[in-house]
Design a protein around this ligand. Structure first.
Ligand code: SAM
Length: 344
């Protein structure tokens, strides 16, 4: 059994991203239980680095050693009877109180010391804070403590270095690399597959898709954005695998049945242009095109403002089938729907 430590940035997207990546990477899985920011699942341990390498909102995957009640005595008792064979020498114990669970009645240093002593005796390994080969986790969440060993952990430093404001071309409206990854992943983008973003703006999604190994095609109606997206992709040395065109998402320069995934953030009529069309008209027209461009089994993941139309109804006339829907609050008067659909 594995655990996945999820970002607290959004209530539903991190788990959805985990599932979508496992699907896109052809990894068998079964979600067993979902706690706050922590999911327990059956999946091959080899899937852990694949997930973490491309995730925006999955922070860490590890192998579960034992699950206990979230009090000191139960955690220590469970640690004593657990099989610590996944631990490599030397190791280090890092408790994590998710959302502050446990912080009122547990002492992190005492827990780390006691669990550390038990693991050291069970494995014969010494503890090393500076160069551990394994990190032992005590993840405390709502009503449970999950003890495990880290298999793969996200490093946000690289994502931070390519955040929208750090890139040579910046415009407001560009999402963070973490959120951009969610769009690309929820479109079930595959390595080597053709990924399309027809409303690419500054190229934020294109960057993430290219880093995941997809062949990227992206476009924008605004010439300045096209130049900017190219500049940003070049800055990261990614232009080689990308084709950036100038054109309308309602008439993209691609042949039918050639695209494997589409992850895109259409304009919503606030700070980004809709070329004087109504938002609904743009989304509707784009979905018609998407349905024709996608190969069978291909996914589209897109955003639209809540209240401008029913996504299921919009999709029904295209032949695409909605598979999931999430809400994203932008500010008091704007909530967006994030929708995944598949071409059956
Ligand atoms: C919300 S922004 C996309 C932001 C983008 N994800 C990024 O990383 O910068 C929407 C983009 O759609 C473009 N756009 C608006 N109408 C369009 C159309 N009909 N076809 C193509 N692009 C369009 C706008 O110029 C804008 O750059």
């Amino acid at each position: 059994m594995l655990y996945a430590y999820l970002s607290g940035e959004h209530p539903t997207l991190p788990l959805a991203e985990l599932k979508a990546i496992l699907e896109a990477e052809d990894q068998p899985y079964r979600i067993l239980h979902v706690f706050e920011q922590l999911a327990l699942l059956e999946a091959p341990p080899d899937a852990a680095p694949l997930v973490v390498r491309r995730a925006g909102m999955v922070k860490e995957l590890g192998v579960v050693v034992v699950v206990a009640e979230a009090d000191h005595g139960s955690i220590v008792d469970a640690a004593r009877t657990a099989d610590w064979s996944p631990v490599k020498c030397p190791f280090y114990v890092k408790p994590r109180f998710i959302q502050g669970y446990g912080s009122t009645h547990l002492d992190a240093s005492r827990l780390a010391a006691e669990v550390g002593g038990i693991v050291a005796r069970a494995t014969g390994c010494r503890v090393s804070a500076s160069k551990p080969a394994s990190t032992v986790r005590v993840m405390v969440t709502e009503g449970a403590a999950v003890l495990g060993v880290v298999l793969a952990r996200q490093s946000y430093a690289e994502m931070h270095a390519r955040r929208p404001r750090a890139r040579p071309f910046f415009k407001p409206g560009a999402l963070s690399p973490e959120f951009s990854r969610v769009f690309v992943n929820l479109a079930r983008t595959r390595r080597g597959g053709i990924y399309l973003d027809p409303f690419c703006g500054t190229g934020g999604f294109a960057i993430e898709a290219a880093l995941m190994g997809a062949r990227v095609v992206c476009g924008d109606l605004d010439r300045m954005m096209v130049r900017g997206a190219r500049e940003n992709l070049s800055w990261l040395g990614l232009m080689g695998g990308c084709d950036v065109y100038h054109g309308d998402a309602l008439a993209p320069p691609l042949r039918p049945d050639t695209v494997d995934s589409i992850g895109t953030d259409p304009p919503y009529g606030r700070s980004t242009t809709t070329a004087r069309r109504r938002v609904l008209e743009v989304v509707e027209g784009f979905l018609q095109e998407a349905a024709g461009l996608l190969r069978r089994g291909g996914y589209v993941f897109f955003a639209m403002p809540r209240g401008v139309g029913d996504p299921e109804e919009l999709l029904s006339s295209t032949g695409l089938v909605m598979v999931e829907k999430h809400f994203m609050r932008v500010h008091r008067s704007l909530t967006r729907l994030l929708v995944a659909a598949v071409r059956p």
